[in-house]
Design a protein around this ligand. Structure first.
Ligand SMILES: [Zn+2]
Length: 174
C-alpha cells in the first residue's frame, strides 16, 4: 500500500482509523512506514514537542534555542542549549553545550535533525539573520513564535542557499 506522494499527517495523531478510512487495505507494520512516505516532513515525538514548547515559554522574554535529534527523520531527543546573547530578538547557542550535545548525538548513534529557536515577538518565519546564519543546510530549522498566540506551535523550514521552504511538522503521539 503506497499512500499518495505528499500525504502527511498533521496534529496529534492518536490512532490510525482515519488513514484506514482512506484505504481499508492499508497495512501498517509500524509507524516507520508512515515516516517513510513523508520524508520531507519533520516527525517529532509528542513529548519532545511539548518539552520544546514549554521550554521556550519558560525562557520568555528571551529567545530560547536548542537541538533536536533522532533516527529516520523522527525526533526523539531534545537538547536545551543556553542562548549566550540573552536577548529577546536574537540567539547564539552556547558553544560548549552545543559540542556536548553533538557528542551525545554521535555516541547514541543518533543524527541531528533540526535546530530550534523561539521568536518571542514573532514572526513565525525565519528572519534575515536566520537565513544568513543557516550554516547547516541539512538540518531543518524550527521556529516557535510566541507572539499573539494563545497556544504556541512550531513551524519548520529548510534553508538551503538562502532559499526557504517550509516543512510540515508531524507530531507522533505514542
Ligand atoms: Zn530567528
Amino acid at each position: 500500500m503506497i499512500l499518495k506522494q505528499g500525504f502527511y499527517i498533521l496534529g496529534h495523531v492518536t490512532n490510525l482509523d482515519f488513514v484506514k478510512a482512506l484505504d481499508p487495505q492499508v497495512k501498517f507494520a509500524s509507524w516507520y512506514l508512515i515516516c517513510n512516505i513523508a520524508v520531507m516532513d519533520i516527525l517529532i515525538h509528542k513529548f519532545v514537542y511539548q518539552i520544546m514548547l514549554a521550554y521556550v515559554q519558560d525562557a520568555l522574554p528571551l529567545e530560547a534555542c536548542g537541538l533536536l535529534a533522532g533516527r529516520d527523520n523522527l525526533i526523539t531527543h531534545i537538547y536545551i542549549i543556553d542562548n549566550v546573547l540573552r536577548s529577546p530578538v536574537e540567539f547564539e547557542m552556547d558553544a560548549q553545550q552545543q559540542i556536548e550535545a553533538m557528542l551525545h548525538v554521535e555516541a547514541q548513534g543518533l543524527e541531528l535533525i533540526a535546530a530550534f529557536h523561539s521568536h518571542p515577538m514573532g514572526p513565525q518565519t525565519p528572519s534575515q539573520k536566520d537565513v544568513a546564519r543557516a550554516y547547516y543546510p541539512e538540518m531543518a530549522q524550527i521556529i516557535v513564535s510566541l507572539a499573539k498566540q494563545s497556544y504556541p506551535s512550531g513551524r519548520a523550514f529548510s534553508i538551503i542557499d538562502k532559499k526557504i521552504s517550509e516543512l510540515q511538522i508531524v507530531v507522533i503521539d505514542r
